[in-house]
Design a protein around this ligand. Structure first.
Ligand SMILES: Nc1ncnc2c1ncn2[C@@H]1O[C@H](COP(=O)(O)OP(=O)(O)O)[C@@H](O)[C@H]1O
Ligand SMILES: [Mg+2]
Length: 364
C-alpha cells in the first residue's frame, strides 16, 4: 500500500500508524523548511497548490491520497484534486468533495444549508450596513470565511457594529448564544457516517474568547442536553453533506431556551481530534488512513470505542514528565502534548473523574 500525504505539519501525528500498517509513505510539502520532513519514506517539495501533488500521485502510482491539511483556504483545491484523480485516474482522495467544501467553507452558505435541512442555527442577518440591523443585542459579527476566531466580534451596541464596518463592508450577524460550546467529529466514507462523542468547550463569553484558549472536556456532560441529540444532529448534517473524510462540527447549547444550535462545519483535520481520541479511542487522522486502505467500517469503529474522561488544557510550554512512544498516541500514554512551542496544549485521559483530577495536578 502506497499513500501520498499532502502537507507535513500534521504528519507526526500519524507517522507511528503509517509504520505500524507497513504503508509506503510519500509526502508533498511546499515549504522546504517545514517540520516532519524526516519521517516519511519519500518527500517531494512542490510549489503551493495541488498541481504538484497531482503529478506525484500519478507518477508515483500511489494507491490513495490522504490530505493532512488543517487550514481552510486550500480545501477547495483539494476537493477539485479529488474530482480529477478519482474520475480520471481512479486514485481515491480521502477528503471532502467540491459541494461539501462550498457549503461549509463559507459561514453564510452553511447557515442556508442548515435551514434547508431543518437544523436549528442561531437567528441571523447578512448586513451590508449597520442600519440594516434588526436583531437585538448582543450579536456576533463574522465574515463568511475565517477560522480560529479570525474577524469575529461580539457587538453589544450600535457603536460596536459601526466600528466593525470601518474594517469590513459586510457582516454575517448572528444572535449571541448565551450558553455552552460543543464540538463533535463525524467520520464519513462511501455513504456511511459515524458521529463520535461530543466534546465540551466551555461557556460562550461576551469577549468572544475562542475555545482554542479554554479548557475543554470529553465527553460533553451538560445538564438537560442529551448527547444523542448532538450526535443525531451531527449525523444528519454529515449525511446531507454526503462526502468523505472528517467533519468537525461546532454547536452551541442555549441555556436560556434549552436549544441546541449548529454553528459551523470544518471538513478537515481539526483541533477537537485529540480530545475525541482521548475520550473514545478513535483517532480521526488514523481513520483517514484506514479509509485509504479499505480498512474503514462502522463495525471497526464500534469495536474500537472506549469510554474515558478527558480534558485539554492550554499550557504554553509543557515541562512535565516525558511521554512514551508513540508520543502522539494514547496507546501507551494517558496524555498527549501537541501544538507549536508557546501554544502547546496537553490532552489528558483517565477512567474516572477523580483519577483525571489527580493526573491534571500531576502533569500541569
Ligand atoms: N452566535 C454566537 N454566540 C456566542 N458566541 C459565538 C457565536 N458565534 C461565535 N461565537 C464565538 O466565536 C467563536 C468563533 O466562531 P465560529 O463561528 O466557530 O468561527 P471560527 O471559524 O473562527 O471558529 C466561537 O467558538 C464562539 O466562542
Ligand atoms: Mg469555530
Amino acid at each position: 500500500m502506497k499513500i501520498l500525504f499532502i502537507g507535513s505539519r500534521l504528519y507526526d501525528d500519524v507517522d507511528y500508524y503509517v509504520k505500524r500498517k507497513n504503508i509506503e509513505s510519500i509526502l508533498t510539502e511546499s515549504n522546504e523548511n517545514a517540520v516532519n520532513l524526516d519521517l516519511p519514506d519519500k518527500v517531494f517539495i512542490v510549489p503551493r497548490g495541488m498541481g504538484g501533488p497531482k503529478q506525484i500521485a500519478i507518477n508515483q502510482n500511489v494507491d490513495a491520497v490522504v490530505p493532512l491539511i488543517g487550514i481552510d483556504p486550500p480545501l477547495i483545491e483539494v476537493a477539485k484534486l479529488k474530482e480529477e484523480l478519482e474520475n480520471d485516474y481512479g486514485i481515491p482522495v480521502i477528503a471532502a468533495d467540491v459541494r461539501s467544501v462550498e457549503l461549509t467553507s463559507n459561514k453564510i452558505n452553511t447557515k442556508k444549508f442548515y435551514s434547508q435541512i431543518n437544523v436549528n442555527t442561531p437567528e441571523y442577518q447578512v448586513l451590508n450596513s449597520p442600519d440594516e440591523l434588526n436583531l437585538s443585542f448582543p450579536v456576533v459579527l463574522k465574515q463568511g470565511e475565517g477560522q480560529g476566531g479570525k474577524d469575529i466580534k461580539v457587538a453589544r451596541n450600535l457603536d460596536d457594529v459601526d466600528q466593525y464596518f470601518k474594517e469590513f463592508d459586510y457582516a454575517l450577524c448572528e444572535k449571541f448564544v448565551e450558553g455552552y460550546e460543543i464540538s463533535i467529529e463525524v467520520l464519513g466514507f462511501k455513504g456511511e457516517y459515524v458521529a463520535l462523542p461530543p466534546i465540551f468547550k466551555g461557556k460562550t463569553t461576551l469577549e468572544g474568547t475562542h475555545p482554542l484558549n479554554k479548557t475543554k472536556l470529553g465527553p460533553c456532560l451538560i445538564d438537560g442536553l442529551d448527547n444523542n441529540l448532538i450526535q443525531q444532529t451531527a449525523y444528519k448534517i454529515a449525511k446531507n453533506l454526503g462526502s468523505d473524510g472528517i467533519f468537525e462540527m461546532d454547536f452551541m447549547y442555549s441555556t436560556k431556551n434549552n436549544q441546541l444550535y449548529a454553528i459551523e462545519v470544518n471538513t478537515r483535520p481539526n483541533g477537537t481530534r485529540y480530545l475525541t481520541t482521548a475520550t473514545c479511542g478513535v483517532n480521526s487522522l488514523c481513520e483517514l488512513i484506514n479509509m485509504a486502505c479499505g480498512d474503514f467500517s462502522l463495525a471497526s469503529i464500534f469495536d474500537k470505542l472506549e469510554y474515558h474522561y478527558s480534558c485539554e488544557i492550554p499550557v504554553g510550554n509543557y515541562e512535565g514528565s516525558d511521554a512514551s512512544e508513540p508520543l502522539k498516541s494514547f496507546d501507551n500514554n494517558n496524555f498527549v502534548v501537541h501544538g507549536p512551542e508557546g501554544y502547546q496544549r496537553i490532552t489528558i485521559r483517565a477512567d474516572s473523574k477523580k483519577e483525571l483530577e489527580n493526573l491534571i495536578d500531576e502533569l500541569t
